[in-house]
Design a protein around this ligand. Structure first.
Ligand code: T46
Length: 139
């Protein structure tokens, strides 16, 4: 089952006059060591991306630093939908969880990831994902 605590609230420091800074720190607001960060931007309005899960222990935090991104997470049993529209909010995506994302125009999604990129780590076939998620649950 997907945890009820997937949203991470980052500290927000600053003021309306100065602007703000938010911080993700390993061991504090980030529950894993970060090996990679990437960001997705300049998507056309309502662009659908994602549509995959990761085979191994890839932990991620998704942060919409501008605009709005809809994220649906599915662990093979339970589906949860999130609207990311605030740079103080992170969405924790655990390993072996399918993610579908829809981007509004001018959105920027920053992702903190626990592992380096590995193309073979991706499960892009939905039926294969269901089988692997089912087997993982069976132990
Ligand atoms: C995820 C969502 C939120 C790399 O070469 N290195 C990388 O670290 C990444 C993330 C991607 N790429 C290449 C692989 C593809 O040729 O960039 C291209 C686009 O990747 P993809 O189609 O996987 O992009 P999204 O937006 O569907 O998914 C990405 C991440 O790949 C994925 O792990 O969780 O963002």
């Amino acid at each position: 089952m997907l945890s009820d605590n997937l949203i991470i609230q980052f500290p927000k420091i600053g003021s309306e006059q100065q602007g703000y800074i938010s911080i993700a720190e390993v061991g504090k607001t980030c529950p894993f060591e970060i090996q990679r960060t990437y960001w997705i931007y300049d998507c056309p309005e309502f662009m659908k991306r994602g549509g995959h899960a990761h085979r191994h222990n890839l932990h991620q935090i998704l942060i919409c630093v501008a605009g709005q991104v809809e994220v649906a997470l599915f662990d093979g049993v339970e589906k949860k939908a999130f609207t990311l529209d605030n740079p103080t909010m992170g969405l924790y995506q655990p390993p072996l969880v399918w993610g579908d994302l829809i981007y509004q125009q001018n959105s920027v999604l920053l992702v903190l990831a626990s592992k380096l990129y590995a193309a073979e780590d991706y499960i892009r076939d939905y039926q294969e994902f269901l089988q692997i998620a089912h087997s993982a649950r069976e132990g």
